[in-house]
Design a binder for this molecule. Structure first.
Ligand SMILES: [Zn+2]
Length: 269
């Protein structure tokens, strides 16, 4: 479990919560040379990353969960199952979550949506990029259990897919179309007053990609598009006052993207 305090974005409160950890092997980034980044690799030769989710409390009391982790899985790559305890520790009951917004429908982001044949968040509307329905549900990509979960939520009238770019899904949270990792991948921008935070999902997997900008991810459905999306997001974030974090960053702390000495780096707030 991560131990990160609630972070204020103006009047919005964001609490990073984690479903556990996952192991990312170096070859997840095709053609990567880790010589300069050995410190990121653990004794097992892999990066230990979070299965990150973000609990967002909006002014007025609306509660939104961004991403849901992998669910109760514990295998060589995913050590999940912690999200319910993390939400409880953050003081939120499952039935208090009004909206669940997924950056995309990979199993490590949509894992808890349905458990035992029932919606796990009993009162939540679930939002995601519509093109991910085409990739994962009708298109047949990804595991059968995610497809079944989405079909169940559709049958129960719980889905509200997001179409297009720059869509304000609830006051204070805007979905931006950031495709390439998946067909419908979204990043979510939280804004309150002059403060902004960008939740990157898997548009960027690991902070090392700020330095190694040509490192893609083996799970990108469209590597060239993912690279363009990543470059555009980083160019926008670089030097701005916006804070950002991605779902698999090692400790889920918000930071700023800074540039200096010919490279970018991530400075934790
Ligand atoms: Zn992921």
């Amino acid at each position: 479990m991560v131990d990160v305090d609630t972070f204020a974005i103006g009047e919005i409160e964001v609490t990073p919560v984690s479903d556990g950890t996952c192991k990312i092997p170096p070859e997840y980034f095709p053609n990567s040379d880790w010589t300069a980044h050995q410190a990121l690799l653990g004794p097992d030769g892999m990066v230990t990353a979070q299965l990150g989710c973000f609990l967002v409390r909006l002014p007025g009391g609306r509660v939104v969960l961004v991403d849901t982790g992998v669910g109760p899985f514990d295998n060589a790559l995913f050590q999940g199952g912690r999200l319910p305890g993390a939400l409880q520790a953050a003081g939120v009951a499952l039935d208090q979550i009004d909206d669940v917004v997924c950056t995309h429908l990979h199993a490590d982001h949509a894992g808890w949506l349905v458990q035992d044949g029932e919606p796990f968040f009993p009162n939540a509307t679930v939002r995601f990029g519509r093109a991910d329905w085409d990739q994962f549900v009708t298109g047949g990509d990804g595991p059968e259990w995610i497809r079944e979960a989405m079909l169940l939520l559709a049958e129960r009238g719980r889905l509200d897919p997001v179409d297009g770019d720059q869509v304000e899904i609830v006051p204070g949270i805007t979905a931006r179309f950031a495709p390439g990792h998946t067909s419908g991948h979204l990043v979510y921008v939280l804004s309150s007053g002059s403060s902004r935070a960008v939740l990157l999902g898997d548009a960027i997997t690991c902070p090392v990609q700020l330095q190694e900008t040509d490192w893609g991810a083996i799970s990108d459905v469209d590597p060239a598009l993912a690279a363009r999306t990543r470059a555009a997001l980083l160019a926008e974030l670089e030097g701005s006052s916006d804070v950002t974090v991605a779902a698999h960053f090692p400790d889920l702390r918000f930071g700023r993207v800074l540039a200096g000495e010919g490279r970018r780096y991530f400075q934790v707030e």
